[in-house]
Design a protein around this ligand. Structure first.
Ligand SMILES: Cc1cc2nc3c(=O)[nH]c(=O)nc-3n(C[C@H](O)[C@H](O)[C@H](O)COP(=O)(O)O)c2cc1C
Length: 196
C-alpha cells in the first residue's frame, strides 16, 4: 500500500517561488500593468515543449477592458464568480491540439500548456502576484464567447492580481483561505523501485 500521509510542511529545500506560491482567492484593488503582463507571457514563452511546437495560446483581459473581461467572467461557474469578481486580470489558456507542421494530433499539447502555465505562475509569484487557475468554466460558452477556433482547446482560466487579506470574501471562503495547504508526502507519488 502506498503511504498516503499528508503534511503542510516543506520537507526539502526548494526555490523561494515554490515555497511562497499559493492560489489565493483574495485580490487587492490594484491593476496589473502591461509591462508585468508581458513578463508573465515571456516566462511562458520560454517553457519547453515537444518538438518545440509551443502549442500554448493565451487570451487575456484586464478589468479596464470591461467587455472582454466580462465575456470571460460570464463563462465561469457560479462558485468561481464569487471571488473572481475582484480579479484585475483574467487569462484564458488554450492548447493547439495538432502539430502546425503536418496537422497530426499532438499528444503532449496539454502537457506543454501546463508547463507554460507553471512558468507563467512562478514568474507571477516572483513579481509579487497571485494566480489562481480554474477548470471551473463552461468550455462551450467560452469557445463561443471568444470565438476560439476549433483547433484550440480552452484548458484553464487564470485569475491574476495582487493578493490581499480575504476580508471581501464570504465567511466560508475566508475560512478556506486561512486553512493550511496540505500535500501528499513524497512516498505517495515517488518510487525508487519497480511496481509489484
Ligand atoms: C487545472 C486547475 C484547475 C483549478 N480549478 C479551480 C477552480 O475552478 N476553482 C478554484 O477555486 N480553484 C481551482 N484550482 C485551484 C486549486 O484548487 C489549487 O491550486 C489547489 O487547491 C492547491 O492550492 P495551492 O495552489 O494554493 O497550492 C485549480 C487549479 C488547477 C491547477
Amino acid at each position: 500500500m502506498p503511504d498516503k500521509s499528508v503534511s503542510s510542511n516543506i520537507e526539502a529545500p526548494v526555490m523561494e517561488v515554490v515555497r511562497i506560491r499559493r492560489s489565493s482567492r483574495a485580490f487587492a484593488d490594484k491593476e496589473v500593468s502591461e509591462d508585468v503582463i508581458k513578463s508573465l507571457f515571456e516566462a511562458a514563452r520560454w517553457a519547453p515543449s515537444s518538438r518545440n511546437e509551443q502549442p500554448w495560446r493565451y487570451l487575456y483581459a484586464t478589468r479596464s477592458q470591461k467587455e472582454l473581461w466580462g465575456k470571460i467572467f460570464n463563462t465561469l461557474t457560479e462558485a468561481n464568480k464569487i471571488w473572481v469578481q475582484h480579479a484585475p486580470l483574467l487569462i484564458v489558456s488554450m492548447a493547439l491540439k495538432v502539430f502546425s507542421r503536418d496537422g497530426a494530433p499532438n499528444p503532449t499539447a496539454l502537457y506543454d500548456l501546463g508547463a507554460a502555465n507553471a512558468f507563467l505562475t512562478l514568474q507571477a509569484t516572483s513579481m509579487g502576484l497571485n494566480v489562481r487557475q480554474m477548470g471551473g468554466f463552461y468550455p462551450d460558452k467560452l469557445q463561443e464567447a471568444l470565438r476560439i477556433p476549433p483547433e484550440f482547446e480552452a484548458v484553464s482560466v487564470m485569475a491574476v492580481g495582487y493578493a490581499s487579506q480575504p476580508d471581501k470574501l464570504p465567511a466560508e471562503l475566508r475560512e478556506r483561505e486561512n486553512a493550511p495547504r496540505m500535500r501528499y508526502c513524497q512516498p505517495a507519488f515517488v518510487r525508487n523501485e519497480i511496481f509489484y
